[in-house]
Design a protein around this ligand. Sequence first.
Ligand code: S6P
Ligand code: ZN
Length: 197
Amino acid sequence: MKDVMKPIRTLVDARTGLLNPCDRVTKRKLSDMQGMYANAEAYNELLNKGDKLVYKVYEVNIPQVEGQLLYSTSVIYPGRVGDEYFMTKGHFHLKEDTAEIYLCFQGEGYLLMQTHDGQISSIEMKPGTIGYIPPYWGHRTISTGNKKLILFAIYPADAGHNYKIVEERGFAKIVVEGKDTPVLRKNPGYRRDKDAE
Ligand code: S6P
Ligand code: ZN
């Protein structure tokens, strides 16, 4: 009979996002977000004041092969670059026909999604919200509250990340501070996928 992997038990602290045991922590600072915010001047100004932590991801080590599921928590700090809220880089999955589920434990924000052919969608995230990302949708999460946005994610272990496409084209929408509530605006720097036109 084939070797069968042993089951895994993980504890999650919903107030901090910490996984226990945790095999990997990825930290993304402002300097890792070069070119991602619409207001380059505000970005440079903030970066000059210090290289703030924007988000971190806690992961469990699961074999990244078909049939397995990966799970992780993302902790996105409160903050803004100009009027644009702190967010993750965002990505499409390398294996594009893979879905993902996000569950919000704490904080407020948005799950922003888009397809190559120009469809856009967003889900407001607050504690208890589950956001389902179908296959083929690129995704990014944005923290709009005063507390950290803490999200738990589950996705096929062989999904992979395509960041290049987001670095080159950006997202069609940005989430900025409005008068009373956050608002979604057109991203002036967004470049549409030419193949989709
Ligand atoms: C992976 C999943 C999340 C993100 C994390 C950080 O498919 O969507 O675990 O990796 O939220 O975002 P990003 O865009 O830097 O990978
Ligand atoms: Zn993903």
